[in-house]
Unconditional design. Structure first.
Length: 345
């Protein structure tokens, strides 16, 4: 047991260290390279380096390769190296798609997702089409177990449908849905920290060793990235972050046999998907900044995002909007553990 957790702790520390230095590098390099995004929430628009997900991906993949190296030359691995490398490839492919979205920056503002922005990004139909690339490595190794405990239905065996249909649909949906909820400093990163920590705790008590490793690596990368992105942010996560973290969450759910638990903690993003669908994916999460620094919902009482719901509760400053939504994720995590305790998951 000591050996098991040591071989998970060391890669996690490596992920944390690599993410820290990669973030410092990306902040300076991307700003000079013009890979930037506009922060619309400040008193005056601020240009910040974007695509911070590249740094998180470097840290996460470095942790996976650290375990792989150790398992090849130092100790007998207890985890399937093929599954780890397939996960790393899946994350890298989806992060690359997100990076393509991030680097489409225009010299002048253009209409994009309900507002004027310098970032044009990929077309809406291109995003799900390209993110399916991340599903291929997981499909190729027949990842996960086809028998899933479906809430309130019990154990359901999906057979060949699981790797060929459920996995690609899960990768497409989770990576794209995670990308929908954002627009405020620390929001995406903070909710990702809570979700990854929840999956880590679940994996420790109910899941698999590969689930423990992957969730520990993701949590380590996110927790060190969070101070760079919290209010006032030094870097914007970008679509490389949201797609990459979404892909990592899917991999943890599949590899860690945590699908039913993962569905519950992912409910805020599921709700966000349907709210954006209501607005035909052409609405913004960002609010209208008031003179006192608070924000009001951009469409009045019409709700096209959870950020709109929160801003309609009362006047809030930017960090408060993020805090409320992170709290909502905490509530769904508690609900998921409660259902597990009651043997309903």
């Amino acid at each position: 047991m000591y050996h098991t957790y040591l071989t998970i702790l060391i890669p996690s520390i490596i992920s944390l260290i690599i993410t820290y230095f990669a973030t410092k590098f990306v902040i300076s390099y991307f700003y000079e390279a013009g890979i930037i995004a506009e922060d619309h929430n400040k008193e005056k628009p601020v240009l910040l380096p974007s695509s911070g997900g590249i740094a998180v991906a470097f840290g996460l993949i470095a942790g996976i390769l650290t375990y792989t190296f150790g398992g090849s030359f130092i100790y007998a691995p207890i985890l399937d190296i093929d599954k780890l490398l397939a996960t790393a490839l899946s994350i890298a492919l989806i992060v690359f798609v997100g990076f393509l979205d991030d680097i489409n920056v225009k010299a002048k503002r253009v209409k994009a997702t309900g507002m004027q922005d310098i970032k044009k990004g990929l077309k809406q139909w291109q995003k799900p089409l390209l993110t399916i690339l991340g599903a291929f490595p997981l499909m190729a190794i027949n990842a996960g177990v086809s028998a899933i405990h479906v809430p309130f239905l019990g154990l359901v065996n999906f057979g060949i449908i699981y790797p060929l249909i459920i996995i690609p649909l899960a990768v497409i949906f989770v990576s794209n849905a995670f990308n929908l909820l954002g627009g405020f400093d620390g929001l995406q990163t903070g909710m990702g920290v809570v979700a990854s920590l929840a999956l880590l705790i679940y994996s420790l008590f109910y899941g698999t060793n590969i689930g423990i490793l992957l969730s520990a690596l993701l949590f380590s990368s996110l927790i060190i990235f969070y101070p760079f992105n919290m209010y006032k942010a030094k870097i914007i996560p970008g679509d490389s972050f949201t797609y990459g973290v979404g892909a990592a969450l899917v991999a943890i759910m599949i590899m860690g046999n945590a699908e039913s638990f993962g569905i519950i903690i992912f409910i805020p993003w599921i709700i966000e998907f349907f709210l954006h669908l209501r607005g035909r994916f052409d609405t913004t999460d960002v609010g209208i900044r008031q003179k006192d620094g608070t924000f009001k919902a951009p469409y009045g009482k019409k709700i096209y995002s959870l950020t709109h719901f929160v801003m309609n509760l009362r006047p809030m400053k930017e960090y408060e909007v993020s805090a409320y939504l992170i709290l909502i994720e905490v509530i769904f995590v508690i609900l998921a553990f409660g259902l597990k305790f009651l043997h309903l998951l």
